[in-house]
Design a protein around this ligand. Structure first.
Ligand SMILES: [Mg+2]
Length: 394
């Protein structure tokens, strides 16, 4: 069978949720005094949007083959990401057979290495890579998970991230992950408030429901250690992303300092096999949390996942959504998965990338049948009601 070639790569931007889930309106739990590394400055403490957490917005990459088949994917990269895709990455995709995904990844990564390696550039590479997988699946008429060798389980089991683990329990999830609200700059009073919130949630959810804390890079080693030991009596399951992602040494030290049985997780702002190699070889965490839309895409996540497996670590992707579900269901070291409750009050389940994608499967009673993913590619469509803008047309 002749293999189509990629005819066009298009990069567009869109605002309001979607791939950039921090891009939300006022009054959303995700921006309600959540601890961050910028909270050391009082003017940036109450709102992460104040320091620009939502500055990028969503990037949508579409790849169209010469037979008319089109794949697409999304990430957090906005207009600068669109520039990188149109002005630099497209040359490695256009005119090439749609099956050349490994070659495309290698060329995109090494052509941008002099200014890339992680962050915005790798976010853009991730979106192109995922769009190519979506295109391949659509052309072959198969879901992406089938292209990866097929599922190892019949359903996905979810924990929920949001401000209301008590409601997450009522919705059928296996656990709830709270955003930490107060960082070291808020002193002992902030530490007491953090622990009081955890105690309150534990009292609402009972003994066996998982409770975790997402610390979003906001702590130092001393504070994180005291927080962990304070949380011990409230049976915290894991502490997430406590320190700067650059501080591999601090993370390794923190893992050794935790109370027995408490897990340390990290990696949502890490990228590529080389970044995760450092996390794993230095013993920085028990669970790695690569974001498939940021870490280098699906092609790179498969390498990262294998590396984690060889180190005896679980790979539970950050944020999640359909791009993750197709991977998680094929990995035995991904026994459960995350969904961020993007509803403003975290009081209901809505699609992770709401409102940008149509047909996005969502868990019911905390579970999702893998058969719900049985549509070509990643099985989702762009919502025509979301106005895309292409800033660098060619
Ligand atoms: Mg996190």
């Amino acid at each position: 069978m002749p293999v189509p070639k990629v005819k066009h790569v298009r990069a567009s931007v869109v605002r309001g949720g979607g791939g950039d889930y921090h891009d939300q309106a006022d009054g959303h739990w995700i921006d309600d005094h959540v601890a961050s590394p910028m909270a050391r400055y009082p003017e940036y403490r109450a709102s992460r949007r104040a320091f620009g957490i939502d500055v990028l917005g969503t990037l949508v990459v579409e790849v169209e083959a010469d037979d008319g088949t089109t794949g697409f994917a999304i990430t957090t990269a906005g207009e600068p990401g669109a520039f990188i895709v149109e002005k630099h990455l497209a040359r490695f995709i256009e005119g090439r057979p749609i099956t050349e995904i490994e070659r495309a990844w290698d060329q995109m990564y090494f052509a941008t290495q002099f200014y890339g390696r992680r962050g915005l550039v790798v976010n853009a590479i991730s979106a192109v890579d995922l769009a190519l997988w979506d295109l391949l699946g659509k052309w072959r008429g198969e879901p992406v998970h089938a292209l990866l060798g097929g599922p190892v389980r019949d359903e996905l089991v979810f924990y929920a991230t949001g401000a209301r683990p008590d409601l997450a329990k009522q919705m059928g999830f296996i656990g709830g992950k709270l955003p930490l609200q107060h960082g070291p700059a808020e002193g002992e009073e902030g530490l007491r408030r953090n622990l009081a919130k955890l105690a309150e949630m534990r009292s609402r959810v009972g003994e066996d429901f998982w409770l975790m804390w997402d610390c979003w890079m906001s702590l130092d080693l001393d504070y994180a250690t005291r927080l962990a030991w304070g949380a011990r009596e409230h049976r915290l399951k894991w502490l997430e992303e406590c320190l700067s992602p650059d501080d591999y040494w601090g993370q390794a030290a923190l893992r050794k300092a935790l109370p027995p049985g408490m897990l340390l997780t990290a990696g949502e702002h890490e990228a590529t096999r080389w970044g995760f190699r450092l996390l794993l070889e230095m013993g920085c965490c028990d669970i790695i949390q690569p974001d498939v839309n940021w870490c280098g895409g699906l092609t790179e996540l498969l390498r990262i996942s294998a590396l984690a497996d060889a180190h005896g670590a679980m790979m539970v992707p950050h944020g999640s959504g359909p791009y993750s579900y197709h991977v998680v269901c094929t990995r035995q070291n991904s026994p459960f998965t995350e969904i961020i409750l993007t509803a403003p009050q975290a009081d209901r389940v809505q699609p992770a990338f709401h409102p940008l994608l149509l047909d996005e499967p969502v868990p019911e009673n905390g579970r999702l049948k893998v058969s719900a993913l049985d549509r070509p590619g990643f099985g989702v469509r762009l919502n025509p009601d979301c106005a895309l803008h292409r800033p660098y047309p060619r």
